[in-house]
Design a protein around this ligand. Structure first.
Ligand code: ASP
Ligand code: MG
Length: 487
């Protein structure tokens, strides 16, 4: 069996759901299980509704319920025709009544708890999945709506619950197994689950991908398809460089690295349950039925290119911290890291010398209070409007000449580098430039590393097939590290 997940934009309208039906029909032989997000923007609207209602303003919140009701009913009508839409209407209506009651209650108590928030947000996926299941049936796919809350079991950490895999495996096999055996296509909402006690939970914003990975792992899927509105992961941002192209294959570690440095397609950590079981994941474009997208696998796939991708993360600040005289190295570093910890600063690149340290951080997350704290132990200055450029690729491991080739290219582009970082895992080379230099430097690097064969460009040894030699796929420290981290 396979798991097919469709995000919010893939089910945003009747036309979009039509396309989804077509795509699913083309996969019938592979026994798909379909996971859908809420229709685009619905979860945000539910969040906003919760916020206004908990200030005591039920009027405005009830108006948003009305707008949601109209959108869902209209979509159902457009997809199902009068008769079938009328048959589905009472089911949708029951949810809207629950939602209205909840909003009124919220306005009365003026408090939205994490548990209440999970209940509120669960409506988006419940509604979209009901409509999609019926749309499939009308189009000849024998769909069966399944309540995710009866399959995915989580702890009770509301708003970011974590799956209990054994329970989930048992429950989803029991619920979904018989349907697949009868050649039915289960359709369920992503993102939502329930605790052991049956209380609704959610896996965190944007986590329908996570649901797909959990279900894929629980049911031993042959593959997982994540359908979105772009053509997979790209070698770089196409807005920066017209030569950007889809990455055919990428390893989990590389994809995770890209996500940290600005690629927004999906968060690979959410795919970990599947990757750990060696289930390949594909990122595909639901606007293109023939999409081949990007394949994400546990092992580093062979590639002709030296790097897998180049990312640019703008809106970054460099913070330069120089120890005040008389402070020892040891004490200096400790106080800097302690200050970062106190302010939960999420730092990207760090460069350290005996008496100074520079780090980069997203400008919008650089708290004034952190600077003040640092100023107690050091001289601090901040440079805004910087960008982190990151080149990712596991094939660079153990190959001389790659960094030289990167920095030569940057020099050819006449761009000045402010900071440099390459960890010993040798999966990426990152450096900082001025924000204004981003388009120029990315174009130069992309032309250099992606346009011509790898052989000539980076001075990398290639084997007889013209492919860059791969290192053996053992010793995968960052996969292990990622596995250890609770996601
Ligand atoms: N609908 C949820 C959200 O917007 C989950 C998802 O789309 O992945 O966060
Ligand atoms: Mg999403």
């Amino acid at each position: 069996m396979i798991v097919m997940k469709f995000g919010g934009t893939s089910v945003e309208s009747a036309e979009a759901i039509e396309r989804v039906s077509e795509i699913v029909r083309s996969r019938m032989k592979q026994s798909p299980l379909v996971v859908v997000s809420a229709m685009a923007k619905v979860t945000d609207q539910l969040v906003a509704m919760g916020n206004t209602a908990s200030t005591g303003d039920s009027g405005e919140a009830l108006l948003s319920v009305k707008a949601l009701r109209e959108r869902h009913h209209q979509t159902a009508q457009a997809l199902l025709g009068e008769k079938r839409a009328a048959a589905l209407a009472p089911k949708l209506q029951a949810h809207f009544i629950d939602l209205e009651n909840f909003v009124r209650g919220l306005a009365a108590v003026r408090e939205l708890t994490p548990r209440g928030s999970d209940y509120l947000l669960s409506f988006g996926e419940l509604l979209s999945s009901l409509i999609v299941a019926d749309a499939f049936i009308v189009r000849g796919v024998k769909a069966a709506w399944v309540d995710s809350r009866e399959c995915l079991v989580t702890d009770a950490t509301h708003t970011r619950a974590r799956p209990l895999m054994e329970d989930t495996r048992e429950k989803s096999k029991k619920k979904i197994g018989p349907l697949l055996a009868k050649k039915r296509t289960p359709v369920m909402g992503g993102f939502i689950a329930a605790s052991r006690e049956g209380i609704p939970t959610t896996l965190g914003r944007g986590s329908s991908d996570y649901s797909a990975a959990i279900l894929g792992a629980a049911l031993n899927a042959d593959k997982i398809e994540i359908w979105t509105d772009v053509e997979g992961m790209m070698t770089t941002d196409p807005r920066l460089c017209s030569g950007a192209r889809t990455i055919k294959q990428i390893s989990f570690n590389e994809a995770a690295e890209l996500a940290y440095f600005g690629a927004k397609v999906l968060h690979p950590l959410t795919l970990l349950p599947a990757i750990q079981q060696n289930i390949p994941v594909y990122v595909l474009n639901s606007r293109n039925l023939k999409s081949t997208g990007t394949e994400i696998t546990a092992q580093s796939p062979p590639s002709r290119d030296v790097f897998r991708a180049i990312t640019a993360k703008k809106g970054v600040s460099i913070v330069n911290v120089v120890a005040s005289r008389g402070v020892g190295v040891h004490g200096f570093l400790r106080s800097v890291f302690e200050a970062m910890d106190r302010h939960a600063a999420s730092v990207d690149l760090v460069a350290i010398s005996e008496v100074s340290m520079s780090f980069t951080i997203e400008s919008k997350r650089l708290a004034e209070a952190l600077i003040k704290d640092l100023a107690q132990v050091a001289d601090v200055n901040v440079d805004n409007h910087q960008a982190v450029i990151c080149l990712v690729g596991e094939d660079i491991h153990g190959k001389p000449g790659i960094a030289a080739s990167v920095f030569n290219t940057v020099a050819e582009a006449q761009v000045n580098i402010r900071m440099i970082s390459q960890g010993a895992s040798e999966i990426n080379i990152s450096f900082v430039v001025k924000e204004d230099d981003v388009p120029r430097v990315v174009r130069h690097l992309h032309d250099h590393f992606f346009s011509a064969p790898a052989k000539k460009k980076a001075g990398v040894r290639v084997n007889g097939t013209g492919r860059v030699r791969r290192r053996p796929a053992n010793g995968r420290p960052s996969l292990r590290r990622a596995a250890a981290a609770a996601i």
